[in-house]
Design a protein around this ligand. Sequence first.
Ligand code: NAD
Ligand code: ZN
Length: 405
Amino acid sequence: MARFTLPRDLYHGKGSLETLKTLKGKKAIICVGGGSMKRFGFLDRAENYLKEAGMEVKIFEGIESDPSVDTVMRGADEMLKFEPDWIVAIGGGSPIDAAKAMWIKYEYPECTFEDMCKVFGIPELRHKAKFVAVSSTSGTATEVTAFSIITDYNKGIKYPIADFEITPDIAIVDPDLAETMPKKLVAHTGMDALTHAIEAYVSTANCDYTDPLAIHAIEMIQKDLVDSYNGDMAARDRMHNAQCLAGMAFSNALLGIVHSMAHKTGAIFQDYGAHIIHGAANAMYLPKVIAFNAKNETAKKRYGVIADYMHLGGNSDDEKVALLIKFCRDMNDKLNIPHCIKNYGADSYPTEQGFVPENVFLERLPEIAKNAIADACTGSNPRQPSQEEMEKLLKCCYYDTEVDF
Ligand SMILES: NC(=O)c1ccc[n+]([C@@H]2O[C@H](COP(=O)([O-])OP(=O)(O)OC[C@H]3O[C@@H](n4cnc5c(N)ncnc54)[C@H](O)[C@@H]3O)[C@@H](O)[C@H]2O)c1
Ligand SMILES: [Zn+2]
């Protein structure tokens, strides 16, 4: 038996933020990030709509990018004091993910972070509050997914919390919020969405319910991401839907090792001055993982189907896989994202010598590979890598060398 779960309601289109006016309850807490939502007036609007609905509103601000366990615990404390019956998370993947984890701790104060990380082990929520997610970036689709990614900065590792219990009750996909994204954010979140759709399509948990969502998302992203990056707001609006469709697919079909590797490399080089932004990590690793997974016949055929839907050409599955890899690499060039960790420079732009020195990478490689294999996303990847293969794959992602194993 398989399960397919999405939010009970999804409101989309320009102005759909107004839906907040229709919520029924007494108290709402708004969870929000570092300032962009306030700066562009969306936080005020959300607060006013909730007040119009007759609710007392509290704001929990300042949730950082790649949120930490500490932030989750602080937010949960605020919720325990305020006792909201609605949690309204607004912003990118970071504040929404943090709010999801706060929600668990609010409902079950005795639950530790380790408890939360047990895959599909979250107890029943919604005894205290329901959850609304309003996304302002076009990538993570956390407004519709069963996932939350929290970083343990003591270990330098991102942990996925995965359970349909944390799939929001209401998702609001209002493209007005995405229109204020700076170019770099469009690029990163867009490549995150492309990776979600491709990984979901070849995942071992794919099914007839997830395939059409993944394929349609891929077609839309192919058509709209570069234009959105270059400032076409109609394309930007469509990308907001495309990333959400990709999220519906991967929340139910799960992901693969591009994400395992991104989760385990994102924060591990923090001591060298920067972290590898999630979408940029995916963009760099995706072509390598396609080459690795294509050694599995079923995955190769599925990549071929993707290439066909994208009209990339090719007469055999091998040719189609090569064309799909080329497409992904061309996207990185068009979006100004490097091809490998070695060239990952300041502000995530390509540079001759990036911030991760070779000796540091090689020293940490066995540990990163071990952690990537243990990541929750590895189980549904079409090809299971050994420790040696994962190390070789990560080396290809560092040096931008060809995957021939
Ligand atoms: N839950 C999931 O299913 C899932 C899936 C993929 C990734 N993730 C996680 O999500 C996080 C990344 O989320 P993200 O990529 O959405 O970025 P983010 O939420 O970290 O935001 C990045 C920056 O963009 C700013 N910002 C957000 N929206 C904006 C807008 N509309 N205009 C201007 N600035 C804006 C934020 O203030 C922040 O400074 C990572 O922790 C990643 O691991 C979660
Ligand atoms: Zn992702």
